[in-house]
Design a protein around this ligand. Structure first.
Ligand code: ZN
Length: 348
């Protein structure tokens, strides 16, 4: 029996030396101290041992059992420590590494131009108002001096949605009609209404079926064409530079009389002539006029007491001129690389 214990001791020491993994520990426990382990087996067979030897063998078995427990437990701790250290080394964070770059968004260039307009107008006491893009024929045409069958309606190739009553607004002017009607004809109006408009245009570098207008309207007592000129001149100086000169040419719109087209001196060549102004020194930026008698009347204002002016700028056109964009489709495609260079240009 003593020899057997010696044998187990030797085998245990050698197995402990070769154990490298937690699975080895599990196997060791099973082999020596588990239910059918060889040390456990030793104590199970005590009754077969002669009584005079039993005490000594029992004591030796106990010693080897305790020793095995201690050796296996120490080895298990050793392996666990190695595993934890390896894990920590693998998961260590190198705080000196540069962080992953998060791309910073930039404002949409068209949105930026609209905001610039809004800011200038609001500083002059205008309210910014909005209206539906899906509009009724009445607001889009009839109240603006364009009854059904009027030939000028053809010029605004309109997207009709349902019969001939519901359409995608072909300009933002219906917001002006709605605003006047809402005021009830007895208080002044001072608003701008930036927004999208739609026409059945074939898309090319300078035309889009979807475009953005920034229209404005003033209705008050004693408003004259000279007030329009003064206002537009101040606005253009604020938006395009203090040395900007404005020019007004006679034009025709159904909802204003008289009507004008608005030019500004070319901000690029300062009037000398360049490719932006096509060598004329002037750039057309929008249309305007004194609100038509019939429009005031139709929208609930007494034209004998009230008068007003209205104007409209093309937001894309202003953005294209200001940021040197040659194709209007740039605003509507989704390629972010297209707008990046314009942001940089503005920052310079
Ligand atoms: Zn020029």
């Amino acid at each position: 029996m003593k020899e057997k214990i010696e044998e187990i001791k030797k085998s245990l020491e050698s197995d402990i030396k070769n154990a490298n993994t937690l699975q080895d520990i599990v196997d060791l426990k099973a082999k020596y101290i588990g239910k059918s382990g060889c040390i456990t087996e030793l104590t199970k067979n005590m009754k077969d041992i002669p009584e005079e030897e039993r005490k000594q063998v029992g004591s030796l078995a106990n010693v080897i059992k305790n020793e095995a427990n201690e050796l296996i437990s120490n080895k298990e701790n050793e392996i666990n420590t190695i595993i934890i250290n390896e894990k920590l080394a693998k998961e260590a964070v190198d705080i000196s590494l540069p962080a992953t770059e998060i791309p910073i968004g930039s404002p949409n260039i068209l949105e930026k131009v609209i905001e610039d307009f809004e800011e200038v107008f609001m500083s002059m006491g205008y309210d910014v108002v909005d209206g539906p893009e899906l509009e009724e024929d009445r607001f889009n045409f009839e109240l603006l001096g364009l009854p059904k069958g009027h030939p000028a309606r053809d010029a605004q190739d309109t997207f009709y949605v349902k019969g001939d009553e519901l359409l995608l607004r072909s300009h933002t002017s219906p917001v002006q009609a709605r605003t006047m009607l809402a005021k009830g004809g007895n208080e002044p109006v001072r608003v701008i209404c930036p927004g999208k408009a739609y026409r059945r245009d074939d898309d090319d570098a300078t035309h889009s079926h979807n475009f953005t207008q920034i229209e404005g309207l003033i209705v008050d007592k004693n408003i004259k064409l000279s007030d329009l000129k003064g206002t537009v001149t101040v606005i253009c100086k604020k938006l395009f530079g203090n040395d900007t000169i404005t020019r007004f040419r006679p034009s025709y719109y159904q909802f204003t009389e008289p009507s004008v087209e608005m030019d500004i001196s070319c901000f690029s060549c300062k009037g000398k002539g360049c490719n932006i102004c096509k060598n004329t020194g002037w750039i057309t930026i929008g249309g305007a006029g004194v609100v038509h008698y019939d429009v005031l009347k139709g929208c609930g204002y007494d034209p004998e007491k009230w008068s007003g002016f209205a104007f409209g700028f093309g937001a894309e056109r202003c953005a294209m001129l200001k940021y040197g964009i040659s194709d209007i489709r740039t605003f509507y495609n989704t390629d972010l690389r297209e707008t990046k260079p314009f942001d940089r240009k503005e920052e310079d």
